[in-house]
Design a binder for this molecule. Structure first.
Ligand SMILES: [Zn+2]
Length: 540
């Protein structure tokens, strides 16, 4: 964030996806691209960054999906973890680590939750839970659906992805089993442990009073709605079979609610990623401790704001000052596919891996940046991807590359060296970089504005190139043009990762956003690498 000491470490968290299948383009257009671009930007400004994720294997959604697919949950998780990691790598998501769900993960969770239990932060509650009479199972979270008690839209248990409000216990209207929708669902009593969120009301209110101006409007609205009524108890344990066994004497045979694992899971992911960067720490929660003063930034879908923004912050607060609290929560809305909701069960889905087989990833990244659902629902269209990338990026870029290649060849042959850069070009470059910084920094962060800025600057430089075309190697302004193309490459570098790397290598410069441009007085001409079109996967 602007104005912070350059050395403050940023912990960037892509909240772990559920391991019940590969990632589709909706996942990428949401938190993953946004987090990656921000991480790349911060690194390029010299900030220390740990960017991490993993998978959320304890979710009941895994159990429900595995049953529908005829797999064991363990098989589905194992397969999904590899698929997700491969997809993230394929898209160039620059995670410093993608943590496995293993014994160390479980130990982190039990350490975090066990300390809260020992400190008396949880309370035993008798609650009523949906129950399948046929299977004899309690139905919670991903195992049950019905209508949300707040907005009366179809919802799963625990949380409504439409309005973002929680539904607890027996609150779903007309509950049904997601695995066997024909099963009779009744309600039975159970004794579980909860975290009474209402106890954290004052601290949560103060927390949001401080951050409200930095949150996206829909998140602000949800937080206001939640704080306007009594905060519900957050279930810590559930009497179901899938998850980490809860080690508490009050709830024998129960497991931890998967959502309780969120914070210790990302602490562990952070530690795992820091190790990938060559660091060693004594404990998996060390980088999250208050004395480390990290800047913690979440990138999450709106449907996860209640958990990551309320219950998980309360869990951190329950540790009474041991941990830093998240600085920023960057939420995104839903992304549609060809004007219909993504639906894995209906087969209406486009997996990122399949798209990568056809389209160079820079073009996918550019289109996702332009169309991502930052503030409201947006749409992915394969036809639009081809048209938009061709018209706004590939064609003008390659035209510019053609002019520069010719100019570079002539300048290399005739001048044999460098070209002068004017003070006016340096001032224009400063202005352009300042606009890119505005797009990439919090709280005004916007991938869409950044992608549009790339287009606008590309068009301006192409117009200049056309004027200079044919004027020969000695043309006035040619050095300015090469210099400003370098600046454009820098500005685009967090999005167009392969192009920026190739251009920087060709031009012998490094991409960056600082004011070092003010010292540049000459530039070596270079051949700008061309962009492959959609349909040319692998040709960057
Ligand atoms: Zn709802």
């Amino acid at each position: 964030m602007a104005g912070q000491p350059p050395g403050r470490r940023a912990l960037i968290i892509d909240t772990p996806p559920t391991s019940n299948g590969d990632l589709h383009v909706g996942h990428l257009a949401g938190p993953f691209m946004a987090a990656d671009v921000h991480a790349r930007y911060l690194r390029s400004t010299g900030r220390p960054v740990v960017f991490s994720s993993g998978t959320d294997d304890s979710q009941t959604y895994v159990l429900a999906s595995a049953r529908r697919k005829g797999l064991t949950p363990e098989e589905l998780c194992g397969r999904s973890w590899h698929e997700i990691r491969r997809t993230l790598e394929g898209m160039g998501i620059s995670l410093d680590g993608f943590a496995p769900y293993d014994d160390r993960y479980r130990a982190s969770v039990l350490g975090f939750v066990g300390a809260l239990h020992d400190a008396g932060k949880f309370e035993l509650r008798k609650v009523r839970l949906p129950y399948s009479e046929r299977t004899g199972e309690f139905l919670v979270e991903g195992l049950v659906c019905g209508y949300c008690p707040v907005c009366l839209v179809e919802s799963r248990g625990g949380l409504c992805e439409s309005c973002g409000h929680p539904n607890n216990f027996d609150e779903l209207v007309e509950p049904r089993s997601t695995v066997d929708p024909g099963d009779a669902v009744t309600v039975r009593e159970a004794e579980i442990l909860v975290l009474p969120l209402e106890r954290y009301r004052d601290r949560l209110t103060a927390y949001y009073r401080e951050r409200e101006s930095r949150l996206r409007p829909h998140t602000v609205q949800l937080v206001r709605e939640l704080l306007a009524k009594p905060l519900p108890d957050f279930p810590v344990t559930y009497p179901v079979d899938w998850g980490i066994p809860a080690p508490f004497p009050e709830t024998p045979g129960q497991v931890l609610n998967a959502w309780v694992e969120g914070i210790p899971a990302v602490m562990y992911c952070t530690a795992f990623a820091a190790e990938g960067l060559g660091e060693r720490h004594d404990a998996d929660d060390e980088l999250w401790r208050a004395e480390e003063s990290p800047e913690i930034i979440y990138f999450i879908g709106f449907d996860n704001v209640y958990f990551w923004g309320l219950t998980h912050v309360a869990l951190l607060m329950a540790h009474e000052g041991r941990y830093a609290l998240p600085d920023a929560i960057i939420s995104n809305e839903f992304y549609e596919l060809e004007n219909a909701k993504f639906s894995t069960s209906l087969g209406h889905v486009l997996y990122t891996g399949d798209l990568l087989d056809e389209v160079p990833r820079d073009l996918i990244r550019f289109y996702l940046a332009l169309s991502c659902p930052e503030h409201q629902q947006t749409n992915f269209s394969r036809e639009a991807l081809t048209k938009v990338t061709e018209e706004r990026l590939v064609r003008p870029w390659n035209r510019l590359a053609g002019v520069l290649a010719k100019a570079a060849a002539e300048a290399g042959a005739e001048a044999g060296g460098t070209l002068a850069v004017s003070g006016e070009a340096r001032r224009r470059a400063e202005a352009v970089l300042a606009r890119f910084r505005t797009c990439y920094e919090l709280p005004g962060y916007s991938l869409t504005r950044a992608a549009n800025l790339v287009v606008a600057q590309l068009n301006r430089l192409l117009a200049t190139a056309r004027r200079l075309e044919g004027a020969g190697a000695g043309a006035e302004g040619l050095g300015d043009l090469f210099f400003e193309v370098r600046v454009l490459v820098s500005g685009a570098s967090p999005i167009l990762i392969d192009l920026a790397e190739a251009a920087a290598e060709e031009g012998g410069f490094s991409c960056g956003f600082d004011a070092g441009t003010s010292a540049v007085s000459e530039v070596a001409p270079f051949a700008l690498p061309p962009l492959g079109a959609a349909g040319d996967a692998g040709i960057a």
